[in-house]
Design a protein around this ligand. Structure first.
Ligand code: PGA
Length: 241
């Protein structure tokens, strides 16, 4: 793990956007793995700025998002598809047909998951994956468990995740209880990974990820085994290292 500590979230966003932009410049038809949540927003803002400045062209890029809530269609303002449109896709020239987000309303969620996993493989796999981390150590919606999930699957969200995400909904009761998520195996196949964590409420999860033995009780700890994982932290998130 390559751990880097920065002064604030904006600077981390610039660092991560630089890595993404370099990836697209080097490989214009690359496959990017994208994430939602508050953490990647400064990265997406900087990626859009670099696109506007003419630094990078997304016309040949394909994207796959990590996860989606069960029950929310792509037009729902809390769906992760909607989030990506608002925060990144409508600000860059990625082609609509090259954008992939799991469907929360697929009639057969298990089939949706297996087709998504196959589609990522058929696209040649993820070149660069951005990740956040949950306060409970989750990556994507891979919650603490007894084993690592190998592939895209349907999950029951934990109370910790529902509590963390209720700020985006009218109440905790409105947060979907299930989600579709790429698996730990899916994430670990990415050729390069950038995980971002900011704020003191991520410090314990970051400590467990970096310092504790690899365990599915802290899903992010698996990144210790990844050959090209870069961890970008602010000082608060790094305070227990
Ligand atoms: P956050 O979510 O960026 O909104 O903190 C991160 C995550 O749960 O993976």
């Amino acid at each position: 793990m390559n751990v880097r500590i920065y002064k604030d979230a904006k600077t981390i966003g610039t660092a991560a956007a630089t890595l993404f932009t370099a990836c697209v410049i080097e490989k214009p038809d690359c496959v990017l793995g994208l994430a939602t949540g508050s953490t990647p927003i400064p990265t997406y803002e900087k990626m859009a700025e670099l696109y506007r400045d003419g630094v990078v062209d997304y016309a040949g890029v394909t994207t796959y998002n990590l996860d989606e809530y069960v029950g929310l269609d792509h037009g729902h303002d809390q769906s992760y598809y909607y989030f990506m449109q608002e925060n990144l896709f409508r600000h860059i020239n990625v082609k609509e047909e090259n954008v992939h987000v799991l469907s929360g309303i697929a009639p057969d969620p298990e089939q949706e998951c297996s087709e998504y996993e196959r589609a990522i493989e058929a696209a040649g796999g993820i070149d660069l994956q951005i990740l956040g981390i949950g306060r409970n150590g989750h990556i994507a919606f891979n919650e603490p468990a007894d084993s690592f999930a190998p592939a895209t699957h349907v999950v029951e969200l934990t109370e910790s995740t529902i509590d963390a995400n209720k700020r985006f909904f009218a109440s905790a009761d409105d947060v979907p209880r299930r989600a579709l998520t790429t698996g730990i195996g899916t994430i670990m196949k990415a050729r390069a990974i950038v995980l971002i964590a900011t704020g003191a409420d991520k410090a314990e999860a970051v400590r467990a990820m970096v310092k504790e033995p690899v365990s599915p009780r802290c899903p992010a700890s698996i990144l210790q085994f990844h050959p090209n994982a870069t961890i970008l932290l602010d000082e608060a998130a790094a305070s227990l290292l």
